[in-house]
Write a protein that binds this ligand. Structure first.
Ligand code: ZN
Length: 352
């Protein structure tokens, strides 16, 4: 990553000239573009693809297992999915969303945690293979774009989206544009340190937000509670079929939805941490709305209500400023696919 400018006698230059034309810099002026696009969401375990129309509807879908971490094998899987889906539809563009950092013009994957992409010029190689304009974007950016265009964030000029999965993904749509920061790596909200010296995070630091408000954090808390051998822990273990390792975030969420009081408490704790982190983000970014998506959101208001309460309690200047809304995402697990497809259609790449 480029070194931060600490001091310089040189007048700072404006952002790279690519920023207005970059694929992720879609603007309202392009939104009238019609036609079908394929959106591909590359996850750690599966690659999901769909044909998406200009209204964000998914017309057809296909999926494969993520083929290990070999970049060539992942490319081949993408080609297979596009060939399969384009057999029955006329496809203009392809959008690809993956966890990781893309460079500012969207051509190169700088780093992807699940895959072996390191400085991988993925867009150009895929455009050659697919013979169509390809857009490459971060998966959280794609999901945020989809929620802004078709979901819970419609009409919001300053939108922050948070995806609560195994960790926390973050993205912003500001004034109709995906905001990527100066170097293309903005939105890593999950790694704000919220508890110095706290739980060790996969990023190497301690006390990151995603260690306190995510599916992984929920599962870890449940398993720790069981290991205390407290009455609540023993009752939870029984509900998990007697096997502590069954207590994933998803399992605790299901138990909570069935009415289990201890699971509901554990989710409320996650909600409190969520609201605290959102208050920090509001202090920095002042959005009009937060949209919260990802698997943990299956808990619905069991998570959102304590998050709103904690947000209101921790927000700087509370009582003297408008409060951002905290809403649950509307598009579910297809948001990344829909957003990647739509970005590919409305961005400059569609004109190539
Ligand atoms: Zn971290």
């Amino acid at each position: 990553m480029p070194a931060l400018r600490s001091s310089s006698l040189v007048r700072p230059k404006p952002p790279a000239s690519a920023w207005r034309d970059a694929p992720w810099a879609a603007r309202r002026s392009h939104l009238g573009r019609r036609g079908l696009a394929i959106g591909i969401d590359i996850g750690g375990t599966k690659v999901a693809a769909g044909v998406v129309d200009a209204e964000g509807r998914v017309l057809a879908e296909a999926r494969r297992s993520t083929p290990g971490s070999d970049p060539r094998a992942v490319e081949q899987t993408i080609v297979e999915l596009v060939n399969e889906l384009s057999a029955g539809h006329r496809i203009a563009t392809v959008g690809i969303g993956a966890a990781g950092w893309m460079d500012l013009d969207g051509g190169t994957v700088l780093f992807s945690p699940h895959l072996a992409w390191r400085n991988e010029p993925l867009r150009d190689s895929l455009q050659k293979l697919l013979r169509r304009p390809v857009l490459l974007t971060n998966d959280a950016d794609a999901a945020a774009w989809a929620e802004w265009r078709f979901g819970a964030g419609q009409g919001e000029s300053r939108l922050v989206c948070i995806t609560l999965g195994t960790g926390i993904g973050g993205a912003m749509v500001m004034d109709g544009r995906v905001e990527r920061g100066r170097y293309g790596v903005a939105g890593e909200f999950g790694h704000q340190i919220i508890f110095p010296g706290g739980h060790r995070c996969e990023c190497g630091n301690r006390g990151c937000w995603e260690q306190y408000a995510s599916g992984n954090a929920l599962g870890r808390e449940a398993r720790q509670l069981v290991r205390t051998n407290s009455p609540a822990g023993c009752a939870l273990l029984e509900k998990a079929g007697g096997t502590v390792d069954n207590l994933s975030g998803a399992a605790v969420t299901s138990l909570a939805l069935e009415g289990d009081a201890t699971s509901r408490e554990l989710i409320a704790d996650q909600g409190e941490w969520l609201g605290l982190g959102l208050a920090n983000l509001a202090a920095a970014l002042d959005p009009g709305m937060f949209v919260i998506g990802g698997g943990l959101c299956d808990a619905g208001e069991l998570l959102a209500a304590p998050a709103r309460e904690s947000f209101a309690k921790n927000l700087t200047g509370r009582g003297f400023r408008p409060m951002a809304g905290i809403e649950l995402a509307a598009l579910g697990p297809r948001a990344g696919m829909i957003g990647a497809a739509d970005l590919s259609r409305v961005s400059g790449r569609a004109r190539n």
